[in-house]
Design a protein around this ligand. Structure first.
Ligand SMILES: [Zn+2]
Length: 450
């Protein structure tokens, strides 16, 4: 027997953020095709037992009817999705507000990019998977590899690092992230992760103070690079941040490093938008359209009202246009791009506005602003992110056999990328979530003391 609902009626029936996990048939609206990077009329999307299907041999569908204004896209993947909150030098992973805010924004998969409290994140995942807490999939990173991990030891032996990789891989990590790592350790991490068929990404540096420059990391076999395209153009006598501001995106010597990425199939996650936000760049992209203040606990609001912009904000204002130019040049050359937000809530610094979940819409808009077509950007945030992470057999497009994850927005985002902000319904593994209800449940909950 088929049950028919309009979306509004369905959400009314629910009265909460989660509908049901039955077999769904979504009719109407327009659907993003990751092959043509364009929308076509939705001829019917079937989700069966949590996976996209063909809809054969069954008739007990819960039918959702969409309007002509509704646009369906595969669930977004955030490959740099921090759950981290820090205050007075102490860091936590937030499991209360962040998961709901990510999911409400259409992000159905997150790579935490270095977990501060891996056990807590593991526990969160189990509760999410069991349906006890609404949230996105957590593609575990395990702890950071490098000094960014509280228990990291520069004296770790080769065996220590291999054991650490094995331990987290066996527990189900999806990939690893290095930050604050030395060359010798990074080479071992990459080698051991690849034995498990897992990818490695890195927040690297200029080579300053024993750090690794991305050019060297690529030669070691790293799969992805965060933040800095890097290379020998970044002088090793100062930090990457400091040397980046003096780089000209038109510098002919940049060609060599771009070609090195392309030749090795290495993906670059520019985390462009966060530099614009921290640099307090005046642009509609960084507008606070969601009144994000309302998601903070009073304590967070109070702390944030007192932090003042610092030299770091000024530095990021200088870095932002450099990063814009470099990313566009990399795109034009055919470089592989991924999408990640990098928005931990760090209360000790003034990072400008933007909570992780909302920020993916800014990141995509920032890419479009520099001249990358919206269809490509949407493709990067879905299918290409999945490929970069080696999980495109399970996620990234609305295709039979993949996880039944999608988001529904109002209006065609190819005409205006800011329309991705209008997510109203998210489906994860066939479960329907109402964005507004998810956000309502996150209000007043984000901070170090929740
Ligand atoms: Zn980060």
């Amino acid at each position: 027997m088929k049950k028919h609902y309009s979306l509004a009626a369905l959400l009314l029936v629910l009265g909460s953020f989660q509908a049901f996990s039955q077999n769904l048939l979504i009719k109407g609206g327009w659907v993003f095709d990751t092959f043509s990077k364009s929308f076509r009329e939705n001829s019917g999307i079937y989700i069966e037992d949590g996976l996209f299907g063909e809809g054969e041999g069954r008739s007990d569908w819960e039918v959702i009817n969409l309007s002509d204004e509704d646009y369906l896209l595969p669930g977004l993947i955030d490959l740099h999705a921090h759950y981290r909150v820090s205050y007075e030098g102490k860091a936590f992973d937030d499991t209360v507000a962040m998961p709901k805010i990510f999911l409400a924004n259409g992000i159905t998969s997150t790579f935490p990019a270095g977990e501060i409290e891996p056990e807590k994140i593991w526990d969160l995942q189990q509760k999410i998977d069991a349906g006890n807490i609404p949230g996105p999939r957590i593609l575990h990173s395990g702890p950071y590899f490098g000094t960014a991990a509280p228990d990291w030891n520069l004296g770790f032996t080769e065996q220590d690092i291999r054991d650490r990789v094995d331990y987290w891989a066996d527990r189900g990590a999806f990939g690893f992230k290095a930050k604050g790592i030395i060359k010798e350790h990074l080479a071992i991490l990459i080698d051991q992760a690849h034995k498990h068929n897992l990818t490695v990404t890195g927040h690297l540096d200029s080579g300053f103070r024993n750090s690794v420059n991305p050019q060297d990391a690529i030669k070691m076999g790293i799969d992805r690079v965060e933040h800095f395209l890097g290379g020998d153009l970044l002088v090793a006598t100062t930090s990457a941040y400091n040397s980046l501001k003096d780089l000209y995106p038109t510098d002919p010597r940049l060609e060599e490093i771009i070609q090195l990425y392309i030749k090795n199939g290495v993906y670059f996650d520019a985390t462009l938008g966060t530099y614009g936000a921290i640099g307090l760049i005046d642009s509609p992209i960084f507008e606070d359209w969601a009144e994000e203040d309302q998601y903070f606990i009073p304590f967070t609001k109070n702390v944030l009202s007192k932090v003042k912009p610092s030299a770091f904000n000024e530095l990021c204002a200088l870095i932002y246009p450099v990063k814009q130019g470099i990313l566009k040049r990399y795109y034009d050359a055919g470089g592989l791009i991924t999408v990640g937000t990098d928005r931990p809530l760090l209360l000790d610094n003034y990072l400008g506005g933007g909570i992780g979940g909302f920020f993916i819409h800014r990141e995509m808009a920032a890419m479009v602003e520099i001249g990358i077509p919206a269809g490509d950007v949407l493709y990067f945030a879905t299918q290409q992110n999945a490929e970069a992470f080696g999980i495109d057999d399970r996620v990234g497009s609305i295709s039979p056999g993949k996880w039944g994850d999608l988001m529904i927005i109002k209006g065609n985002p190819l005409e205006d990328i800011n329309r991705t902000r209008s997510v109203h319904t998210v489906v994860k593994a066939g479960k329907v979530f109402d964005s507004k209800a998810l956000l309502g449940a996150a209000k007043g909950k984000l901070g170090p003391e929740n």
